[in-house]
Design a protein. Structure first.
Length: 143
């Protein structure tokens, strides 16, 4: 810790596990509050930055993008007294939809892998017969 209980970006990174580059970007976009700069020009953070980084980590862990977290922060900061619950719920529904799409894509990939594994002779003629050029890398017998 530097003087007056302040942390540099490196110290904040070590304490939170967040990459220093991400912390700088989050600071530049207003997601993490900086307490200013040291005489040497280093960004300085107080204990509240630990909370900000933890919240960002939780929201990222729930599938929200940084852009969505910025939008949520804008609602929180720009509309004091307005509950952010409905906004968060909408963002979480979008994150769930993205997760569902990724799951469907991975299930499709697994089915295609299973179909490939179901070929009778995966290492032999089955692959050569599917290659119209014959004699390519897939033709192991000619190597």
């Amino acid at each position: 810790m530097t003087g007056a209980g302040l942390m540099t970006v490196g110290e904040l990174s070590r304490r939170t596990g967040a990459p220093a580059r991400a912390l700088r970007a989050w600071t530049d976009t207003g997601l993490v509050y900086s307490a200013g700069r040291s005489p040497a020009g280093y960004r300085l953070y107080d204990e509240s930055a630990l909370w900000c980084v933890a919240v960002i980590g939780e929201l990222r862990g729930l599938g929200l993008t940084i852009a969505e977290i910025r939008d949520l922060a804008a609602v929180y900061l720009g509309r004091p007294g307005e509950p952010i619950g409905p906004h968060l719920a909408a963002l979480l529904r979008r994150a769930r939809d993205r997760a569902d799409a990724r799951i469907a894509s991975l299930q499709d990939l697994r089915e295609r892998i299973d179909q490939a594994l179901a070929l009778d002779d995966l290492a032999g003629d089955a692959l050569r017969d599917t290659d119209p050029r014959h004699g390519t890398v897939l033709d192991h017998d000619r190597a």
